[in-house]
Design a protein. Structure first.
Length: 532
């Protein structure tokens, strides 16, 4: 037991002690992003090998997100009660076992269960790992540590995870990614045992079980309703009894959560934090950054795979730009934060993110890789510059006794932003694709010279490729034109989703700018009234 309570090799006085803890957290965060990368880029390979239907493929992702989003709010309560070292090690071990199960999965139930186990582990890793950095790194070096956490954990996680997943999916198997996590996770667990120091256990009252249950119900039912309501395969769509039931349950669970948390002496969600306007808007910004961090890269990968028909390896190489630029921007932010006010750096990052969303509207099915690289570079820079400062701004002014729960809540907003971001993109794409197919089809008139010329060229091309030289060549030409319309409608629907994200992010940035300016004016006015 003594070996568990104290590090086996280094004491906290050793100059390497703090950085070994940071390294351990970076490795496990990278491991989590590596797992996310394989489902982003190799989803079709998984679906094809296991013969998953589209709803089943959606459930595989939903199970993972449910595990993450339900565990994050409760993670620090368990860490305070039982020790951060223990809870963190358990999280790493659970995630590692879930990854191993996923690698050996042979059907939908096995894979769905494995991803849910992974999600529970990740839900412990993210908030507790970040809290361990804040607890162990000296205050004067904390900003550097947090930026390294973003740069290496998330930046390198995407920068290396996406191309690696693409390469393995093309030349080996998607299962190899999950197999790779097994030794990494086991080494990280052993490292936690040997080099971490256990924190004192805190008697933090009874666990807010009913608040946790109602909040988890709200997250789960809302996610299911949004994920399946827009799918054509759902009977009745948004008016399906299942979808309506999920929405009603989510609304009831949300009301119950508020009522329970208002009266509980130790709530998992301290509602008093939402009395601070800057905290609320900063949390909203983190929600939107979570959308950018996870959902936008996923949509970019889908675009390259399904519209441009790139293979997974090439798609991964292009997608790596996003992670690399995020990593570079996070390191740059650590330098600039000493010379530039934090709010200014934060807003600059958000405006870069908005610019990447609006430029996305120039993308077509004829776009070349350079355009995509520029957009992903700007998006990664925007996230890398603003993620750390946004978290810092939200935490500024939070009471010390609420700091742990506030940090956990902000982590939750970031994670759930990624969860619902992908769902929102899917909803917009499905709705707008129908609109754009109708709009583009209206311009296709078989009697105008442009259409007849295009049809004739395609028919001539297909004439040598079909056995029935007459009718089939003409039908193939018509089908090719229809497929082109559908593909461009799909591309434009993704652009529409990015425009929506851009507008919402811009409005949030402007509100944040107003609140910061108002706060600065009030502080200056108070200083003037106090006099010299």
């Amino acid at each position: 037991m003594s070996h568990w309570q104290k590090p086996a090799f280094f004491t906290p006085a050793n100059p390497f002690f703090h950085w070994l803890i940071l390294l351990n957290v970076l490795v496990t965060t990278f491991m989590s992003l590596l797992s996310a990368g394989v489902t982003i880029i190799a989803n079709s390979s998984i679906q094809g090998e296991l013969a998953l239907s589209n709803p089943e493929a959606a459930w595989v992702t939903i199970f993972y997100m449910l595990g993450v989003n339900t565990m994050v709010p409760a993670a620090t309560w368990f860490a305070d009660r039982y020790g951060y070292k223990l809870v963190y090690a358990i999280g790493v071990l659970i995630f590692t076992l879930g990854s191993g199960f996923a690698g050996f999965a042979y059907n939908f139930p096995f894979l769905g269960f494995s991803r849910f186990i992974e999600g529970i582990g990740a839900g412990l890793i993210f908030p507790v790992g970040l809290a361990m950095i804040a607890r162990n790194i000296p205050k004067e070096k904390l900003a550097l540590a947090l930026n390294l956490y973003i740069a290496i954990g998330f930046g390198a996680g995407f920068g290396l995870g996406i191309p690696l997943s693409g390469y393995l999916a093309v030349f080996h198997s998607w299962r190899v990614v999950f197999y790779l996590i097994l030794p990494i996770g086991l080494i990280a667990t052993i490292d936690c045992w040997l080099f971490h120091e256990e924190t004192p256990k805190v008697e933090n009252g009874h666990f807010d079980l009913w608040g946790f249950a109602s909040f988890a119900t709200f997250i789960a039912t809302l996610l299911i309703a949004l994920s399946f309501g827009a799918l054509p395969s759902t009977d009745g769509g948004w008016t399906s009894p299942l979808i309506l039931f999920c929405f009603a349950t989510a609304a009831l669970a949300f009301i119950c959560t508020i009522l329970i948390e208002k009266s509980h002496p130790n709530p998992i969600i301290p509602l008093q934090l939402f009395k601070n306007p800057i905290f609320v808007v900063s949390a909203t910004a983190l929600f939107l950054l979570g959308m950018a961090l996870f959902a936008s890269i996923s949509s970019s990968v889908d675009f390259m795979l399904n519209a441009l028909k790139y293979d997974k390896y090439i798609t991964g190489l292009i997608g790596a730009v996003y992670g690399i630029s995020m990593a570079g921007a996070s390191v740059l932010a650590n330098i600039l934060i000493k010379k530039i006010p934090v709010p200014l750096l934060l807003l600059f990052g958000l405006f870069l993110l908005v610019a990447s969303y609006f430029i996305n509207n120039e993308i077509t099915m004829q776009s070349y890789p350079g355009q995509l690289i520029m957009i992903l570079f700007l998006r990664g820079m925007g996230v890398g510059l603003s993620l750390g400062p946004t978290t810092g701004l939200a935490m500024h002014g939070v009471a010390k006794e609420l700091a742990g729960k506030a940090a956990t809540l902000l982590t939750f907003f970031r994670q759930v932003g990624g969860t619902y971001g992908g769902t929102v993109i899917t909803i917009i794409v499905i709705k707008r694709q129908i609109f754009h197919i109708a709009r583009f089809s209206e311009t296709v008139n078989q009697h105008i010279p442009g259409y007849r010329e295009t049809w004739a060229k395609l028919a001539t091309k297909f004439f040598t490729q079909v056995s029935d030289k007459g009718i089939l060549a003409g039908k193939q030409a018509e089908l090719s034109i229809a497929q082109t319309i559908a593909t461009q409608a799909y591309v434009q629907s993704i652009n529409d989703a990015m425009i929506v994200f851009g507008c919402v992010t811009l409005i949030t940035a402007l509100i944040l700018l107003f609140l910061i300016a108002k706060k600065m004016w009030e502080n200056r006015k108070a200083a003037t009234l106090q006099g010299p």
